[in-house]
Ligand binder design. Structure first.
Ligand code: FE
Length: 347
């Protein structure tokens, strides 16, 4: 062995070189072939991972993701600019998707698959963002204190008959900003201002921090009704099935029959992503029947793809007509909505 090592050092060199080159080749070819998509998500891991896992299983493409609040994610994408590694942004509320679009984060994706899987009012007219699940913002009332026959619309919540009976979530959260923005799209600013002013004068208590708290106030009899996203109602009732809370679908008929205010969680492809084709494939997959079924089952939301039924609990709340004004309005009119709420003292 001693003799060989001194004697053959030079003749061994090419073999070592070949070994290293081969290793390098295998390593780099793996880098080229290991397809991946990198996602920034304002939705928590448990709400996105099952869809990503299904996608990887189907395509072999890995999905890597970072989760954070929508504000920091948007700021990060803007700071990273062309150097971002993110291929896709997932967030909730059309207002947030619109803001990302305004910040030039997205690139348009003209996809027949997305167009046929997602109803037109739930995606950006410029094809920059796409709704992937629907949340309905509806009326929840105390079943001991309210006869549902007395309920009709968001607009009716301004009627003096609800004086000191209404609870609302704070206007600081985007959900009610989007609701008011969509009302401006429907009624114009002056009429919406009159309505929201009526809400404020009907408040039983200061606006509350979140939807669940608003329902807890209703259940405790501190007010009689409120407006929340359906999945919060689903979660609360799952934990406390005996709470005296009923769900009511407003704006189904009569004077205001423009449908329930819906919003979305959705996604768009980033302008500077490094894996554009794989990201397109993932986005289309997320609208597919397979992924939409997961969306429907995971968070008690409604699938955007109308070929899928909602999960049984969600279905038990009944069918409703949804407002079908394009949700881009929730973004376009957001600033007007915030100012309007401020003017009428809705905190
Ligand atoms: Fe929420």
């Amino acid at each position: 062995m001693q003799i060989l090592s001194t004697k053959n050092t030079q003749s061994n060199f090419p073999a070592i070189a070949v070994f290293f080159i081969a290793t390098l080749f295998i390593f780099t070819s793996n880098l080229v072939h290991a397809e991946q998509v990198i996602v920034y998500s304002a939705r928590i891991e448990q709400l996105i991972k099952p869809m990503f896992d299904a996608f990887t299983e189907k395509t072999g493409i890995q999905v890597k993701y970072t989760t954070d609040k929508e504000g920091p994610l948007l700021a990060r994408l803007q700071a990273e600019g062309k150097n971002t590694s993110a291929d896709m942004l997932i967030t909730t509320d059309a207002g947030n998707l619109w803001a990302a679009s305004q910040a030039k984060i997205f690139r348009p994706f003209d996809s027949q698959i997305l167009k046929s899987n997602i109803p037109e009012h739930l995606r950006d007219p410029k094809n920059e963002w796409f709704g992937l699940s629907i949340r309905a913002r509806t009326i929840i009332y105390n079943t001991d204190k309210v006869n549902p026959e007395d309920l009709s619309s968001y607009e009716d919540l301004a009627d003096p008959k609800w004086r000191k009976r209404l609870c609302l979530r704070t206007s600081k959260k985007i959900y009610n900003q989007s609701l008011v923005a969509m009302m401006i799209a429907e009624h114009g600013e002056a009429e919406t201002e009159r309505i929201v002013k009526g809400w404020v004068s009907n408040l039983a208590t200061d606006p509350l921090s979140d939807d669940t708290r608003a329902m807890e106030f209703v259940a405790a009899g501190r007010c009689d009704l409120t407006v929340v996203n359906t999945y919060y109602y689903g979660r609360l009732m799952q934990d406390n099935p005996d709470l005296p809370l009923g769900i009511f679908w407003p704006n189904q008929s009569g004077e205001n029959n423009n449908g329930v205010h819906v919003n979305i969680s959705g996604a768009g492809l980033t302008r500077y992503g490094k894996n554009p084709q794989a990201a397109e494939q993932l986005l289309e997959f997320l609208s597919s029947i397979q992924a939409q079924k997961l969306f429907a089952d995971i968070n008690m939301e409604y699938p955007v793809n109308t070929n899928i039924a909602p999960d049984p609990i969600v279905a038990s709340w009944g069918n409703f007509i949804q407002n079908n004004i394009n949700l881009v309005k929730a973004g376009e009119l957001q600033a007007a909505a915030v100012k309007l709420m401020d003017r009428v003292g809705y905190r």
